[in-house]
Write a protein that binds this ligand. Sequence first.
Ligand code: TIU
Length: 224
Amino acid sequence: MSVVVAHPYAFEFEPDTTALLIIDMQRDFLEPGGFGEMLGNDVSQLRVAIEPISRVLHLFRDQGLLVIHTREGHRPDLADLPPSKRKRGNLSCGIGDVGPMGRILVRGEAGHDIIDELCPLPNEPVIDKPGKGSFYATDLQTILQNYGVKSLIVTGVTTEVCVHTTVREANDRGYECLVLTDCVASYFPEFQRVALAMIAAQGGIFGWTATSHDLIASFEKEAL
Ligand code: TIU
């Protein structure tokens, strides 16, 4: 059993029944010309999470542990795109339209893919999701069950949108979630702070929070 110093109290997990979940680290959210920028956001706000996620990703790979990536996006025919989502924001260039990195948030386009720094390995499942949550209309739960996963180390973007929705979905399905505070990011510093506080409040109502340093320290302690 590994133990991480966390909020609101220590997070205990078995590495063999734990997966690292990396949510939506796509060019469309992290690079200029994508969906995030079309929504009016400063995408540079999210890039602080890349290096800490990369450190945790390499730790999981070195230990032979499960890594799962997600991508938000839609079929090229947009048949899985709710008209409400397409209209939201009154964007002049929105989901399905052609932007500098190809069609915005459409599977197979350059903007939809994961950034080079965190490129998945062939043995790491990539979940394509049409919504904010990683469980809705995906096979994530089936994959977690098949691998015997009980705990999730959660990273990615954005903290108050896809990360929060996923943690809430996971919590209701019985998974224990540890959200790494320096491995998630928001376009809005205030939302980052409050979204993380909401997870660990009320005795850990949705899960736990800790830094990537505390998670890495727990592996180093285990190795002694
Ligand atoms: N807009 C925003 O903050 N997020 C999203 O649209 N998707 C994810 O969080 N991945």
